[in-house]
Design a protein around this ligand. Structure first.
Ligand code: XIL
Length: 314
């Protein structure tokens, strides 16, 4: 039978999964599915700042290196995730009371070091993650509050200098629909492009509720692609109130198909990444109280209807 990566390879696009380091190291059923079905991987946590630099100037590359070398030996591309974010910062940084000029230096060093280490081995970086409020204004964060919106252009320029071949993305959630938040991002993207800033793509996280794929998603992705930008679905999952009924699992299958078609049907869609493989390790139950069953494989690595939906979409 043809696999997800078989379909994606035939179309020249990426089908990716977020990978957790624990099962990557220890669970052969996990890596079997990962390597059979996916031609791209994203580190679920291993490339976040708190994981890479838990104390100042003391780095832990082990898990990130493990994923990058796993990918190389299984012919998978790597999406880098993520460089500039308000969350999962190490406490030395969060509580350091740094001045604006110190923060600027710290951020540049983080980007130079991290992007530089994997130069040539990461095809796309989520340079900036979750920088917007729901009303389209810039979200308060360590970076925004101390450095202003200019930190975004700077981060993109530093990342481009460190790896000129990587596609540089701004990534966010609740921007899949045409709404105030995606309008805010659209306006920033246009300004950055007009200023010649190296922005190459927009990542639409796509953490959906069952039945909740927005009807304007395809047209919204198209307006970004009309700017000349790549678009990607970067963190797709479809959560269901537990216990999931068979009707909900069928709707979830439709949602996987629709969401992936909404990207792959647009010019310059680079691919679709699912935020995990199996319900066994999904972030959903720990984050959205009462929800789960969000991924294409169940806890025992059986393909759910969602797998068929996704394979029909890619
Ligand atoms: C999540 C991971 O899945 C969890 O394991 C972790 O505890 C918190 O972060 N948007 C993002 C991802 O950009 O980095 C988040 O990943 C999910 C939401």
């Amino acid at each position: 039978a043809t696999t997800l990566r078989g379909y994606a390879d035939a179309r020249g696009v990426r089908i990716g999964a977020a990978v957790a380091d624990g099962p990557l190291r220890t669970e052969s059923a996990y890596t079997t599915v990962l390597d059979r079905e996916f031609n791209s991987v994203t580190a679920e946590n291993a490339m976040k700042w708190d994981a890479l630099e838990p104390s100042r100037n003391s780095y832990n590359w082990a898990a990130a290196d493990r994923l990058v070398s796993h990918a190389a030996s299984h012919n998978q591309g790597v999406r880098g995730h993520t460089l500039v974010w308000y969350a999962q910062l190490p406490s030395w940084l969060k509580n350091g009371n740094f001045s604006a000029s110190e923060l600027n230096t710290i951020l540049k060093k983080h980007i130079d070091t991290t992007v530089g280490r994997y130069k040539g081995r990461i095809y796309a970086w989520d340079v900036v993650n979750e920088a917007f409020n729901e009303d389209g204004s810039m979200r308060s964060s360590l970076w925004q509050d101390k450095l202003g919106t200019g930190h975004i252009a700077n981060a993109l320029r530093w990342a481009h200098a460190a790896d000129p071949s990587a596609k540089l993305y701004i990534n966010d959630y609740n921007i899949e629909a045409d709404n105030a938040k995606s309008d805010g991002l659209y306006n920033l993207a246009r300004q950055l492009l007009a200023q010649g800033v190296p922005l190459h793509g927009i990542g639409f996280q796509s953490h959906f509720m069952v039945g909740g794929v927005p009807s304007s998603m395809k047209a919204n992705l198209k307006r970004f692609s009309d700017l000349g930008l790549e678009v990607s679905v970067t963190e797709l999952d479809v959560r269901i109130p537990l216990p999931a009924s068979s009707a909900e699992l069928a709707q979830q299958s439709t949602d996987y198909k629709t969401a992936s078609e909404n990207c792959l049907g647009v010019p310059r869609c680079a691919g679709v990444t699912v935020w995990g493989l199996t319900d066994k390790y999904s972030w959903v139950p720990g984050t959205f109280n009462g929800y789960g069953a969000a991924l294409p494989y169940n806890e025992s690595y059986g393909a759910k209807p969602a797998y068929t939906g996704l394979s029909n979409g890619v």
